[in-house]
Design a protein around this ligand. Structure first.
Ligand SMILES: C[S@@+](CC[C@H](N)C(=O)[O-])C[C@H]1O[C@@H](n2cnc3c(N)ncnc32)[C@H](O)[C@@H]1O
Length: 227
């Protein structure tokens, strides 16, 4: 089984419990998502077009719909069961795409492109950079892209610190053997994070403006910029 299929199967199986699990595994998940939504610079009533890449169970789409009631939300995910949970959470009046990032062609321009805990699944630096460029091309003028995600430390000391702090957080919610034998194993086999400095440099090279890191807790952060 290739890595993307492994990732897809993981989320197909986890869909029903995902909302509970994510709070146990990701430090300050709710605060991180709040920072992502607060970064969107548009007027509350503006009818903005938004797409959530790797939408999972639709948590972010739901929050955006509350913050921007006239927004048109599109949700994309490779895992059908995650999309089904999103449909229950935010309803049918949303465009849903069951697609792999690698095969997806944006069908229109978006004012807001966001993603949370999903783009680290792209295989390598080249693929991430290419996808950032694709996102840039799909933004309206002054459209924004924000990503909440896990990143790598810039050296082994910082990376060890990141993992230590992450394990300390998970240790409050799940047993130690589950952390080591399940979640750290999944992290190593399924995830391909890059350093935050690299992400920022790629955004700069592509031409994003107003690039910023809005929120950060060790290896979890929210960053992005404007077209
Ligand atoms: C950790 S979940 C995050 C869900 C949601 N964004 C959140 O923060 O609650 C990652 C999601 O990305 C999706 N995903 C991973 N790789 C993908 C790919 N190559 N194409 C599309 N979706 C993908 C998974 O199916 C999963 O639903």
């Amino acid at each position: 089984m290739d890595r993307i299929e492994t990732v897809k199967n993981h989320f197909e199986e986890e869909a029903k419990e995902f909302d509970e699990i994510i709070l146990k595994l990701i430090p300050h998940y709710t605060e991180m998502i709040e920072a992502l939504v607060l970064s969107i610079p548009f007027e509350k009533d503006k009818p903005i077009n938004v797409i959530d890449l790797g939408c999972g169970t639709g948590t972010i789409g739901q929050k955006i719909k509350i913050a921007f009631p006239n927004s048109k939300i599109s949700c994309l995910d490779i895992a059908e069961n995650m999309i089904k949970m999103a449909q229950i959470k935010i309803g049918e009046n949303i465009d849903y795409y069951i697609n792999d990032f690698y095969d997806f062609d944006f069908d229109k321009k978006y004012d807001v492109i966001i993603s949370s805990l999903a783009l680290h699944h792209l295989a390598n630096d080249e693929d991430k950079k290419m996808f950032y460029r694709k996102i840039y091309n799909a933004l309206t003028d002054n459209g924004v892209f924000y990503n909440a995600d896990v990143v790598l430390g810039s050296n082994s000391h910082i990376q060890d610190l990141y993992i230590k702090k992450w394990k300390t957080f998970m240790g409050k919610n799940v047993p130690l053997d589950e952390i080591e034998n399940k979640w750290i194993v999944k992290y190593k086999t399924e995830d391909r994070p890059a350093s935050l400095i690299n992400h920022i440099n790629w955004l700069k090279e592509i031409g994003y403006k107003n690039i910023d890191v809005v929120w950060k807790y060790y290896n979890y952060c929210v960053y992005g910029g404007y077209k």
